[in-house]
Design a protein around this ligand. Sequence first.
Ligand SMILES: [Zn+2]
Length: 381
Amino acid sequence: MKNKLLKILCVNLLSFSVFTIAFSQNKLDSLLTVRGFCIGAPAPERVDEFVKFINEELAPRKVNTLIVRVDYHYQFESHPELREDNTLSKADIKKMVAACKKNNINIIPQVNMLGHQSWANKTNKFLIAYPQFDETPWVKMPEKYEWPNADKLYCKSYCPLHPDVHKVLFDVIDEICDAFETNAFHAGMDEVFYLGEDKCPRCGGRDKAELFAGEVRTLRDHLAQKNRQLWIWGDRLIDGKTTGLGMWEASYNNTYRAVDMIPKDVIICDWHYERADKTPVYFAMKGLNVITCPWRKPAIAVAQTEDMVNFKLQSSKEMQPHFYGMMQTVWSDAGQFLDGFYGRIKDDKAGNDTAWNCFRTMYDAIDKLDNSEQAMGSSKQ
Ligand SMILES: [Zn+2]
């Protein structure tokens, strides 16, 4: 009898402490399901330093999602011909994976699909190894890149209708997802200017929205076979002309209609760097989960964080889950960011408008949310 009473007491104490922990996590989770950080992969010699940053800076700020933009900076075994110089080894990746596991952070690799197959005057490994996949083989890379240019070259794309292209891409996706032991993959798919080109024998004359949506669906369906989720940037799904958001941040070639054609389980990373545009509402009303992504303007990141929470608190229970969270984006590699973050380099031109200031400020605002009385179901509004 005594033992039984003791047992009940212990079980109750245990469930009380579990409940307390769960409640404090759930409060922040209920407001921002995803608290993300997205950055270019570190060079191999800086992996240990980056792992330290994960442990000492990301984890205490309750970051729960880390996107590492790897592209071909990995020692792919299935396709060694795609390796860039100075690539990460499997052991390098495992160090990051272990740190993330320890800190309950979902780590997600990114390899750019469709667009971003070149940068400035340099073609990326994918089209160097497989020039037959180039959507615009007639556009020669300039010696000195400048924008605007007669070819309207921003970045090269691969042709989504080439019959052999997905065989290689699926190998790449599977291998990188296995290495990261992940249940999600970020496919980029932003700023695709070359798509459905008239001179492409396969794509010419086709509907660009259908081409874009078709590629999203193809990648999504492949990932779904292994219970992996597809994440993409949102800009191709926004109507540039109507919104006035410009040709990088939104689409001027009609791909935006794809927003009604893509599967609803694709996660949208909606980046806006100059203003807290209200596009999360648009994505959420399409039934898509949306994450707002700032870059280097701290005040805008704070406004976007407040928007994300307010959109959620002021929505129906059907809409609420679609307001999915916030993610700091960093458009350098990890090494350069760490130099800025730890004050080893200064960006005098940018002043306070740096990715590291934005990261600190946004996560301070998120921390305040955690300590505020705002929570789902107990809103004072
Ligand atoms: Zn094509």
